[in-house]
Design a protein around this ligand. Structure first.
Ligand code: BGC
Length: 469
């Protein structure tokens, strides 16, 4: 009897160290998300001064802005293959160094061509890290905490965006765009140091038959009472089921159809519901809504950034209890309603002095609902629903769709504003959010609490989505 409290405390110390190990791994990998957010957010502020330094034409401005998105779209195509072939860790490590190189190169650019080249390089890194980071975290995380740990990556994206707004504001007076772009090297360097010491994903190790190494990693990443041998046996069993169709041919397997449909569908919906019109163009939107000074619009934009971070924290805290579906359905419904209020406000009250506050509040509500739903859950689900044998490549395919539609929305938004006016433009995004809700309701399964291997088997058994939860 006297020994019981001691063994309980020993177990709790072991449990604590396991928890902190997985948390440290996830937080380090999530620096990839921080870079994603920072590098996509920073350009809007830097652009004002780049125009002066390089005498950019409107077309060139568009090229500088979309260089990252184009690089990201293309890179996601081959990034998945690299992660499956060489492992998650080496890919993350090389990316970290390239991030540092890209940031320094863009900060030192003496010609617009070099600047565009550096931004494309950063885009390549963002495209790959955007899915390899969640993939790596998901494969290390215990099922009960996977939602929160993977979503740390989304939290880091939102923090990166917010930091980029703050950095832009800090250097706005001096116009020091080289600092704005160059500071991205700092998280890149920390990520590189972290990846030098972090382990490879245990699932990738099993796939490569490096069982002893996989066991060592799992021993550190699981609680004392976890059955490591059983977990390894489960992974091997699933791999054996996949062996029949190796490589890209595996994409044609019947068990791949639904996950691909859901992954690509959510990828497109995450973008066509318009989030980045706000993230990239919020000051323009607020000026159109009646804010007269640029500084007031920029401040309102920073407010949007804060809401994005805070609501992502809320999502993170409840995602493993409430489940993915509830958050996705609440999020898309809330996005549709807030966009509707914004669009109707523009149509009928755009000229009223109080309208700008309705605009700010509805845009904040919209971003908040994105942050608890489509934001984290898209990246989480695509790290969970694909079979191990092709997980990297399949996530790459969904990610290509995500970046491709991100680019499309970024390129068409300003034209839509001009041709259709803000009310109709945002009504279209509201309609697409309703499509998002219907899609989630009918097709998205509940993955909470299931191991990645169970999820894979559910597809093979063709278990109806409604019966997963
Ligand atoms: C999306 C990005 C978006 C960000 C905003 C991410 O999940 O993929 O396109 O800029 O969320 O927080």
């Amino acid at each position: 009897m006297t020994q019981q409290p001691q063994s309980a405390s020993v177990r709790s110390v072991a449990g604590d160290s396991t928890r902190s190990f997985t948390t440290v791994v996830a937080m380090t990998a999530a620096l990839g998300g921080l870079l994603f957010g920072y590098d996509t957010g920073v350009i809007s502020g830097a652009l004002l001064f780049l125009k002066g330094t390089f005498g950019l034409s409107a077309a060139m401005e568009g090229t500088v802005t979309s260089a990252v998105l184009a690089g990201a779209t293309v890179a996601a195509i081959f990034g998945g293959w690299l992660a499956d072939r060489f492992g998650r860790r080496p890919v993350m490590l090389v990316l970290a160094f390239l991030f540092v190189g890209g940031a320094l190169l863009s900060a030192a650019a003496r010609s617009v061509e070099v600047l565009i080249g550096a931004r494309v390089l950063i885009g390549v890194c963002i495209g790959v890290v955007s899915f390899v980071a969640p993939l790596y975290i998901a494969e290390l995380a215990p099922p009960a905490r996977r939602g929160a740990l993977v979503s740390l990556n989304q939290l880091a994206i939102t923090i990166g965006i917010l930091v980029s707004y703050i950095v832009d504001m800090t250097f706005a007076d001096s116009g020091a765009w080289r600092w704005m772009l160059g500071l991205g090297a700092v998280p890149g360097l920390v990520l590189a140091c972290g990846m030098l010491v972090l382990p490879e994903s245990p699932r990738w190790l099993v796939k490569r038959s490096r069982l002893d190494e996989a066991r060592t990693v799992l021993l550190r990443a699981r609680s004392e009472d976890a059955d490591i041998d059983c977990e390894i046996a489960d992974i091997r069993e699933d791999l054996a089921l996949e062996r029949n169709a190796p490589g890209w041919r595996a994409f044609r397997a019947p068990a791949m159809r639904w996950p691909l449909f859901i992954g690509i569908g959510l990828a497109i919906l995450q973008q066509v519901t318009g989030i980045n019109t706000v993230i990239y163009y919020a000051p323009t939107i607020f000026l159109a809504a009646g804010f007269h000074s640029a500084s007031a619009s920029i401040l309102a934009t920073a407010g949007v950034g804060v809401v994005n971070v805070l609501l992502t924290v809320v999502a993170l805290r409840i995602i493993d209890r409430a489940g993915r579906r509830v958050l996705l359905l609440t999020g898309t419904a809330g996005m549709a309603v807030s966009l509707l209020i914004f669009a109707v406000g523009f149509a009928y009250g755009g000229a009223l002095p109080g309208f700008r506050w309705i605009a700010v509040l509805s845009v904040m509500a919209y971003v908040g609902f994105f942050a608890i739903g489509l934001g984290p859950i898209f990246w989480l689900l695509i790290s969970e629903i694909f079979p191990l044998g092709v997980r990297g490549r399949a996530m790459g395919v969904a990610t290509v769709a995500n970046w491709g539609f991100n680019l499309l929305v970024a390129l068409t938004f300003l034209q839509m504003l001009q041709a259709l006016g803000p009310a109709t433009t945002f009504l279209i995004y509201a309609g697409l959010s309703v499509v998002g809700w219907l899609f989630a309701f009918h097709f998205v399964p509940e993955t909470r609490g299931h191991s990645l291997e169970q999820i894979e088997r559910f597809w093979i058994e063709r278990r109806p989505v409604r019966e997963w939860g």
